[in-house]
Design a protein around this ligand. Sequence first.
Ligand code: ADP
Length: 175
Amino acid sequence: MSMSVEIGDLTRVEVDAVVNAANSMLLGGGGVDGAIHAAAGPRLLEACRRLRNTTHRDGLEVGDAVATPAFDLPASWVIHTVGPNLHRGQDDPARLASCFARSLDVAAELDVRSIAFPAVSAGAYGWPITDVARIAVMTSRGWLAEHPEASPQDVRFVVLDERARDVFDAALGMA
Ligand code: ADP
């Protein structure tokens, strides 16, 4: 099993599944969500619309996760999760931890080997990157320890700049 951080663009990483920091509507947005939809092509939005018309009529709950194909991305799957929005008073760390744990559950159901996460909730949703990194690393490490036989065993955090990389590095060292 391995956990690592790298600077990069989530839409270009060569992994089986990339996690999207989506919103509850599942119909695209800004930040990493917009980048993933732009790079995956219009079929991703169609797939999200199908979810909204079938299994997810009320959208996706904060802390939950659901997969679609990744279409034009190098990855095979996009796992959409909804982080808590600090600007709306959603300050419960358990909700953010759930984003990582549920995404790993969905990845395990898909039997993928590798998964890449962004810093969920650290952008428009306003969580400090230090909290996000700590929760992401603790939760993923806990999940991997609880599921020693399960896939994925290669968990990557993909961030945009050196500061975020250093923060994740520190969290990886401490946890
Ligand atoms: P949220 O709404 O959950 O806060 P954002 O997309 O606004 O989600 O930001 C989440 C994190 O993803 C931020 O740290 C942002 O810098 C980062 N990010 C934005 N675009 C990309 C990308 N293409 N690859 C990796 N990380 C990205």
